[in-house]
Design a protein around this ligand. Structure first.
Ligand SMILES: C[S@@+](CC[C@H](N)C(=O)[O-])C[C@H]1O[C@@H](n2cnc3c(N)ncnc32)[C@H](O)[C@@H]1O
Length: 301
């Protein structure tokens, strides 16, 4: 562990095939993620809904299935917006879903009675611009709203860096929810997309010290050494979240595990965040995370 800059920029994910953030096929095929939203979005019944970050529109489809009156959707990525337009047209839903190619911020208040739904939650919670939904003077409910991190620590172990090859399989669209014709339209898009995914074959790097309570194989014991919880509906999110670490010593690896509304952010939709190796972690050290970028670092006293 050296200075803040080296901690925040030295680790770089090489998941280049995941540039298609709004239309990530593993994400929209993730039964557990979709099941979480299928339960959460029951709150959309008879409501005007704002869908922030339309992507392929799966959240809007779930909201409509649960009886939403109308959806006002926003998609700020131009290509993803065009994809969204195509999907809405193919489904004949132009009168139910109004899609704008704009970045939504909670200061837009032309729909005072709407409920706001989203999945602009990155692998470290904050790196997809989530704070644009944090305006506590606006009473409109944002769901999901509670964001929680547990900080884990373990002693460094000698482990091999695991390089793997990425061989995309033929993808079958199976969101775990029956969304009618939407499923066929997405399958057509997936078939078209596979060719370009194969062209983008990449190696990727998995940080060796990350250990999850389930999965990823174990590299030894670990313990929780800090946490934070924020509700974006009721609390102003600080520019930097600061957590006291309940650990010190030599060669300690620190890493976070994130949750939204008690749902654990996990693969395939969310890849592991980095871990930070602290050669000499002093008593009174802090975990600091910037909520604009999600980048975090350890500060010794
Ligand atoms: C992780 S994807 C989720 C897509 C879709 N809602 C889903 O759950 O499958 C997030 C999408 O939100 C878009 N986005 C993020 N912040 C936004 C904002 N403030 N306004 C409009 N679009 C946004 C991104 O371009 C991306 O397409």
């Amino acid at each position: 562990m050296e200075d803040k800059l080296s901690q925040t920029i030295s680790w770089k994910p090489l998941h280049k095939h995941d540039n298609d953030i709004g239309a990530n096929w593993n994400m929209i095929n993730d039964h557990i993620r979709n099941g979480f939203y299928n339960t959460l979005l029951k709150q959309c019944k008879d409501k005007v809904v704002i869908d922030v970050g339309f992507g392929t529109g799966i959240l809007s489809m779930i909201a409509l299935k649960h009886g939403a009156k109308i959806i006002h959707a926003y998609e700020m990525d131009k290509e993803t917006y065009l994809l969204g337009k195509h999907i809405i047209k193919r489904l004949g839903l132009k009168s139910k879903i109004i899609l704008k190619d704009k970045m939504f911020v909670k200061e837009f208040n032309d729909l005072p009675d709407a409920i706001i739904i989203h999945e602009i939650v990155g692998r470290n919670i904050w790196n997809e611009g989530l704070t644009c939904l944090n305006n506590v003077s606006d009473p409109r409910k944002v769901i999901p709203s509670v964001f929680h991190a547990k900080l884990f620590a373990m002693e460094k172990r000698e482990v091999e860096v695991d390089f793997k090859s990425f061989h995309p399989d033929t993808m079958v669209f199976d969101p775990g929810i029956d969304l009618g014709k939407y499923n066929n339209v997405i399958q057509e898009l997936l078939d078209d997309h596979k060719t370009s995914r194969i062209e983008k074959f990449q190696h990727y790097y998995e940080f060796p010290y990350i250990q999850r309570p389930e999965g990823y194989g174990g590299h030894g014991d670990y313990e929780e050494v800090g946490s934070y919880t924020y509700d974006i509906n009721t609390q102003k999110i600080p520019e930097n979240i600061i957590v006291d670490l309940d650990i010190y010593g030599k060669d300690i690896v620190i890493w976070p595990q994130y949750y939204m509304d008690d749902y654990k952010l996990n693969s395939p939709s969310w890849k592991a965040d980095k871990g930070c190796l602290c050669n000499d972690l002093q008593q009174g050290s802090k975990f600091i995370q910037n909520t604009g970028s999600g980048k975090w670092w350890i500060k010794c006293p």
